[in-house]
Structure formats: C-alpha cells, structure tokens
Design a protein around this ligand. Structure first.
Ligand SMILES: NC(=O)c1ccc[n+]([C@@H]2O[C@H](COP(=O)([O-])OP(=O)(O)OC[C@H]3O[C@@H](n4cnc5c(N)ncnc54)[C@H](OP(=O)(O)O)[C@@H]3O)[C@@H](O)[C@H]2O)c1
Length: 266
C-alpha cells in the first residue's frame, strides 16, 4: 500500500496503548484515526497527541470512528468484543493481544475469521516467535534429550509459569508428539525421585525489574543446548503488534499467527 494504513487503537490509554502511541509518532506506515479508552476514563475526550493540531481525541466507543484499515487491540475481553463488532461492520482487520478471552468470545473470533483477517498472539515479541520456531525444531531433532524451561520476571508478576513459558512448552511438546498436560512438571521439592523420562520441567525466577527472560534447555549426555530470549523493554510487544498490523492489512480472511508474519517478512 502506498498511503499510510488507517489505524485504530483499542485500549489506547493502557500500558500497551501508550507504548503503541509512542512508536506511532515516528511511524509513517500508519495514520492513527481512532483511539478508544474505557467509558468513564479520565482520558475520554482529551487530545491524543497534545503537541499536534490533528484534532484526534480519545473516544469511549466506536460510534464516531472514521473509515479504517486495521484495529490494534490491547484492552479487556469486553472491549475486544466491541472492537470485533466494529471490525465486522466495516471489514477492518484485527490484531489483538488481549488475554483472558473466554470460550464464547473465542468462538466469536473464530467465526469472524471467516470474514476478517484476524491475528492474535499471547506474546507479540518477534524474538519469542523465532525462539518458539527454533525450540520446535530442536525438540524434534533431539527427542531423547531432557527439556527444561526457565523463566524470569519482575517481582510484581502474579502468575507462574509465564504464559510465554507455557506456550514454549506446548510448542516443544507438540514437536515431540505429546502434550503439555502429559509432559509438564511444574515444581520439585523434597524427595522428588529421578527425573521422569520425556518430561518438560519448568522453573520460575522472580525479582526486581526483569521485563521477561525465557531459557529453553535441551540437556543431553555431555552437552547442553540453550535457547535464550531476554526482553529489556516492553515496547517490543508494541513493535511486534505494529509489524503484524502492517502485514495483516490486505491479507485474506482467516486466523493468522505471528509466525506467519515472520515466515514472510524478510
Ligand atoms: N500479547 C502481548 O504481547 C501482550 C503484552 C502486554 C499485555 N497484553 C495484554 O493486553 C491487555 C492490555 O494490557 P495492558 O498492560 O495495556 O493493560 P492496561 O494498562 O490495564 O490497559 C488496558 C486498556 O484497556 C482499556 N479498557 C478497559 N476496559 C475497557 C472497555 N470496556 N472499553 C474500552 N477500553 C477498555 C483501558 O482503558 P482505561 O485506562 O481508560 O481504563 C486501557 O486503555 C491485557 O489483556 C494484557 O494481558 C498482551
């Protein structure tokens, strides 16, 4: 496309929304035309870019949204549902990183992908997407090697292991024709006995301001392969979502993955 893509952000006042807005200041691929915040938000009606005279203001719904090509959503499941309604009405592509989506909304998204190009990811880091590919390959190529996944995050993180560690485990398990449910060992303490052959172990580190680190270890006899990804800045997720949105606009309807973006981006 030669003209900038007309983009809306859903969840524009959130951590991810703010990271996207910061990147969009210098990204000529996109024209931001709509920015949605929660009803009752203090941002509602305020200018999006205070130093610009473009007149764009935060909105609490989609009623006055102009024509657009693609929506990037990092919000909440209910806000994602409203964005999906808008995309369906106006044939806009949808990129979403929102987590915690229930089965009913999953079903709606799957159904909508018959008409819309939709790309969702639990982690929009392009590096993690490549790590997942490499791990899949290594797990299949070294079937007898023990596998352990170690993740580290800041001390405020509420859940463990991280969703990304679980997704890595799922990819590795599938590459070995098993499932995470069958193979995962999430904790070891006391008299654990010997390591279970073919299991995938998880270990968690929490502390300080670690943005996110994931290490997949494949451990053989006398040698060890480690695949490591370290995130140092949350903007990587926003960068990945923008790359995905640029790639997705103009794609055929369907449920696309970040892996598809990597496969076709040089
Ligand atoms: N896939 C990834 O790589 C990735 C990375 C980071 C986060 N996430 C996910 O992305 C989502 C947002 O994360 P975040 O850290 O940006 O959260 P956040 O800081 O809490 O931001 C959420 C945003 O959604 C808006 N919102 C909430 N309810 C809404 C509603 N009913 N209608 C319209 N807007 C609504 C909020 O508006 P107000 O500020 O006005 O309340 C805010 O702008 C979460 O599900 C998180 O797990 C995914």
């Amino acid at each position: 496309m030669t003209r900038p893509l007309r983009l809306a952000i859903n969840g524009a006042s959130g951590r991810m929304g703010s990271a996207l807005l910061a990147l969009l200041r210098d990204d000529a691929r996109f024209e931001l035309v709509h920015a949605v915040v929660a009803p009752g938000s203090g941002q509602d009606g305020q200018p999006v870019f205070v130093d610009r005279a473009d007149g764009l203001r935060y909105a609490h719904d989609w009623v006055d949204a102009p024509a657009l090509d693609v929506v990037i959503d990092f919000s909440s499941p209910s806000a994602l549902a409203a964005a999906l309604d808008h995309c369906l009405l106006h044939d806009a592509a949808l990129v979403s990183g929102t987590t915690g989506v229930d089965a009913a909304l999953e079903g709606r998204l799957a159904h909508a992908s018959g008409r819309l190009a939709i790309l969702r990811a639990a982690n929009f880091s392009l590096g993690v997407a490549v790590l997942t590919r490499l791990l899949r390959e290594a797990a299949a190529a070294l079937p007898g090697w023990d596998m352990e996944i170690v993740e580290a995050h800041h001390g405020r993180k509420q859940d463990a292991p991280s969703g990304t560690a679980l997704a890595l485990g799922q990819a590795a398990a599938a590459a070995r024709n098993t499932s995470l449910e069958a193979a995962a060992v999430y904790s070891r303490e006391g008299q654990t006995g010997a390591r279970i052959q073919g299991s995938i172990g998880f270990a968690t580190v929490r502390g300080g301001d670690i943005v996110g680190e994931h290490t997949a270890m494949l451990i053989g006899q006398g040698e060890r392969l480690e695949l490591v990804h370290r995130a140092t800045d949350r903007s990587i997720f926003a960068r990945g979502a923008l790359q995905a949105a640029y790639w997705l606009a103009g794609c055929a309807p369907g449920q696309w993955q970040l892996d598809d973006v990597i496969a076709t981006s040089g």
